[in-house]
Design a protein around this ligand. Structure first.
Ligand code: URA
Length: 360
């Protein structure tokens, strides 16, 4: 997984990049440092390829050397002004995706002023830069390393077998409690139709936990979340980031099939404490609510400033949040059912899923 993206212009800062890369590999896995988009297939939309590459990182380093601002092509036009300039596309995309963008000044370069930059790069001028000087290179790089480290999501420790068996027992207790909850608003509907409650499925030690809305009829018939058409979309999205169901944990905000479309407030308030128990057991590093109901529930539960935001504004945004077991991220996503019939929404969901690569 590429967590650190280094953007640079060969003719401007190549020498420094090699030195920086060597230092960074003492602190980070080589696979976590991404420098060049090595191959773009013939016919591929290269802007999209670059945007996707940037979306997989959580820290974006923009190397700025003495020729960065003025470098031109053979005809003398400034490269930064060209719409197809790789350096510009990548930086603009990182800024647009709200990445942590750190300008790194080398060769005594100065930070460019907003007026020297094309519109999509102007916000770069406000980013605090780190200077890598020749004489204090190691010291300066260490400053950069600690800035990068504090921005990376914490890796989750893997549960030992004892913890895993405790988790399995706690999950079973949730199931038993729900099966016997005769006062549940959906108990009658479930038992009369011989449906199953749908607690959740996947790795009890997963780093990534998805929370959908409620099981549908397919799920209630099998007792498993997302096994109908929406589940096919979910599987496709997981596959696009190299994951399978077993790698993540999937549940819903309401754990019985309601038999109607929109969730009712009394259903949410009855089932939410079960979901809270699931969160305490799984302890994921990232919670990905699928759709507006679970997004609103999570943002309100965590009392986050975004709690009144709409899913159309918040989808794909990593939002830091405190949980009793440590800091996590919430990543609101569109519900797979919404994207079933819309190619453009599906592309958006696929792009938003890339953010989860940080937690793999
Ligand atoms: N939709 C959901 O929100 N959850 C499921 O489990 C299936 C479809």
């Amino acid at each position: 997984m590429s967590r650190i993206f280094i953007n640079y212009r060969r003719q401007d800062s190549e020498g420094y990049v090699g030195r920086l890369y060597d230092h960074l590999t003492r602190h980070f896995e080589r696979d976590d440092i991404f420098m060049d988009v090595d191959s773009i297939e013939p016919g591929a939309d290269f802007v999209k390829v670059l945007e996707d590459a940037v979306s997989g990182c959580d820290v974006f380093i923009a190397m700025i050397g003495p020729q960065w601002l003025s470098a031109g092509d053979d005809s003398g036009s400034r490269r930064l002004d060209q719409w197809n300039d790789f350096v510009r596309i990548e930086i603009a995309s990182a800024l647009q995706q709200n990445k942590l963008v750190i300008p790194v000044l080398v060769g005594q370069a100065r930070m460019p002023a907003p007026n020297d930059l094309p519109d999509d790069l102007k916000p770069l001028a406000r980013r605090n830069a780190i200077e890598l000087s020749h004489n204090r290179f190691t010291y300066d790089v260490e400053k950069l390393v600690s800035a990068v480290k504090s921005a990376l999501p914490a890796a989750k420790r893997l549960g030992d077998p004892e913890t895993l068996s405790q988790k399995a027992a706690a999950l079973k207790a949730i199931r038993d409690d729900l099966v016997g909850a005769t006062h549940s608003p959906l108990y009658k509907f479930r038992t009369e139709n011989r449906y199953f409650p749908v607690i959740g499925e996947g790795n009890p030690d997963a780093n990534i936990m998805f929370i959908g809305e409620s099981p549908g009829k397919y799920e209630a018939a099998e007792g498993k979340p997302f096994c109908g058409p929406s589940g096919e979309v979910l599987d496709e999205m997981l596959l696009s980031i190299g994951l399978k169901r077993e790698d993540v944990y999937v549940t819903n905000l309401v754990l019985d099939f309601p038999g109607h479309k929109d969730l009712l407030p009394e259903e949410i308030s009855f089932y939410a404490p079960f979901v809270d128990r699931l969160l305490d057991i799984i302890q994921p590093s990232v919670i990905a609510p699928l759709g507006r109901f679970s997004m609103e529930y999570m943002l309100k539960k965590l009392d986050l400033p975004e709690k009144r935001g709409k899913i159309s504004q918040l989808h794909g945004k990593l939002i830091k949040a405190p949980m009793p077991y440590g800091e996590i991220h919430v990543l609101p996503l569109y519900h797979p059912a919404v994207v079933l019939y819309s190619a453009s929404q599906k592309d958006t969901l696929r792009k938003d899923f890339q953010k989860l690569k940080l937690f793999i």
